[in-house]
Design a protein around this ligand. Structure first.
Ligand code: UDX
Length: 461
């Protein structure tokens, strides 16, 4: 099928690339001509594992092209995926002006009826407003537009795998024709008939994803409800971690046992610095705002957000406790991205930690495998190095802020020798407390008991 993707950000690129790999003809467009020029030249403006291979092979096969000519793109396809940004306003409410602009463009440029699919995360009821806008803006043409909602559940860092091997595909539709078109688009994914960049020798056997057809408001709600629930799970685990610290428990033992109950599940119960990124914090705020607007009390979610904000304070308390005076201390930062396998630092907890440490006069040196350049653009005054050992050199404390697996593999004996004071504050519970103590570190993390010297001596015997 001929498809159009409007918006070449993270969601648009993964959607366009993967749908082209699934055998569709895709034209992707964006109003940022620099971005389109770089995509045409084969440069992907974001770091996302496997996305470059997917896009390059679709371009080479002639199934994916990028253009700045949005009008031509709109006219070229039967189904248009809107993948533009919906950033939060100061109030937390989603800013839908980019969607409104795209609706106007589609209505003006289309010469035949289209199915317009919202892929951007939007508040419930946007679908109805989008249909109304398309029909108002396109009233002189007499064309009728069909609208659908097709929320994405892509996690940065594993987005390509999530697209090719989803748990579920949700489509909110108003007509049988929209249902038919979306089934046809996703048929290769549901039936496992596509070139999978992740498994060139055949994908491992797994159950086919559920293809769920709902109303448009349900589809819109499913996205917000899912992300908010994940955020609540993380905040819940973080409160349990605080309790463990006060009561002598170990959050990993507690959440592991909780997670073995299939009604709860193990994922998203990792305690630490809390959730960041552009989805969970933004979606939770938009959902709170939406609930307030329609008079539904969602204090539950407000608390999850408050708990998340406090994680930075909890880390700062630990830093002050261990360092006593923070001013002029040399602090090394391992990790800047909001999570591993991405260069995304939007609403990354590490940025708040940097702000606070700078306000208290610490001297900072930071490393991250992918996110240093983006962070340097915001904090040019701190020192950066691609070498974690250099970051540790002469440091009074080393903070783990993102759990990149390569940090786990570091030569910690060497890190110990490089540091002025071998103090590790592991805000992601990435390292094993006992191993760190045995290596001679002062080590602290979230919700896991400090291993005291006698235990350390006992284990060493
Ligand atoms: C999220 C959703 O998972 C995805 O389905 C949706 O489409 C977009 O939003 P993403 O923002 O890429 O994806 O990241 P995710 O893996 O959900 O992590 C979000 C944040 O939560 C990260 O900062 C991560 O470090 C943190 N986190 C996650 C925890 O602190 N503990 C956990 O147990 C899990």
């Amino acid at each position: 099928m001929k498809l159009v993707v409007i918006g070449c950000g993270y969601v648009g690129l993964v959607t366009g690339g993967c749908l082209a790999a699934a055998g569709h003809d895709v034209v992707a467009t964006d109003n940022d001509s620099g971005k389109i020029a770089s995509l045409q030249a084969g440069r992907i403006p974001i770091y996302e594992p496997h996305l470059d291979e997917v896009i390059a092979s679709a371009q080479n096969a002639g199934r994916l092209r990028f253009t700045t000519d949005t009008g031509e793109a709109i006219r070229s396809g039967e189904v248009i995926f809107i993948c533009v940004g919906t950033p939060p306003r100061e109030t937390g409410e989603a800013d839908l002006s980019a969607i409104d602009n795209v609706a106007r463009l589609i209505a003006m440029e289309a010469r035949s009826p289209k199915l317009v699919v919202e892929k951007s995360t939007v508040p419930a009821q946007t679908g109805q407003k989008l249909r109304r806008a398309l029909n108002v803006y396109g009233r002189s043409s007499g064309l009728q537009f069909d609208v659908a909602s097709n929320p994405e559940f892509l996690r940065e860092g594993t987005g390509v795998g999530d697209f090719f091997h989803p748990d579920r595909i949700v489509v909110g539709v108003e007509t049988p024709e929209a249902d038919r078109q979306l089934r046809e688009i996703y048929e290769p994914i549901v039936g496992g008939r596509f070139d999978c960049a992740l498994h060139p020798h055949g994908c491992p056997a797994s159950p086919d994803p559920e293809f769920l057809v709902t109303t448009i408001p349900s589809a819109e709600l499913i996205k917000h409800a899912s992300n908010s629930f994940l955020a609540m799970k993380i905040s819940y685990a973080n409160v349990i971690a605080d309790l463990c610290e006060r009561l002598g428990g170990n959050v990993e033992e507690v959440t592991r046992a909780m997670g073995l109950d299939p009604r709860i599940g193990r994922q998203f119960l990792n305690a630490g610095l809390g959730f960041g990124g552009f989805c969970l914090p933004k979606d939770i705020q938009a959902f709170i705002h939406l609930a307030d607007q329609v008079g539904v009390d969602f204090s539950l979610l407000k608390e999850a957000e408050r708990v998340n904000r406090q994680r930075i304070d909890r880390l700062m308390e630990k830093i002050r406790h261990h360092l006593w005076v923070v001013k002029d201390k040399q602090v090394g930062l391992l990790g800047l991205a909001f999570k591993p396998f991405t260069d995304d630092i939007r609403l990354a907890p590490a940025l708040d930690v940097i702000r606070q440490l700078r306000a208290e006069g610490a001297k900072l040196r930071a490393t991250d495998p992918e996110a240093m350049e983006r962070t340097r653009a915001i904090f040019p005054e701190i020192a950066y190095s691609g070498d974690p050992y250099e970051v540790a050199r002469g440091a009074d404390a080393l903070l783990v802020l993102t759990e990149w697996p390569q940090f786990k593999q570091l030569d910690w004996g060497r890190i110990h020798r490089e540091m002025a004071r071998p103090l590790i504050l592991d805000a992601r519970n990435m390292l094993d407390p006992l191993t760190m103590r045995l290596q001679g570190f002062e080590y602290d993390s979230f919700g896991r008991p400090a291993v005291d010297a006698s235990v350390t001596a006992e284990s060493a015997r």
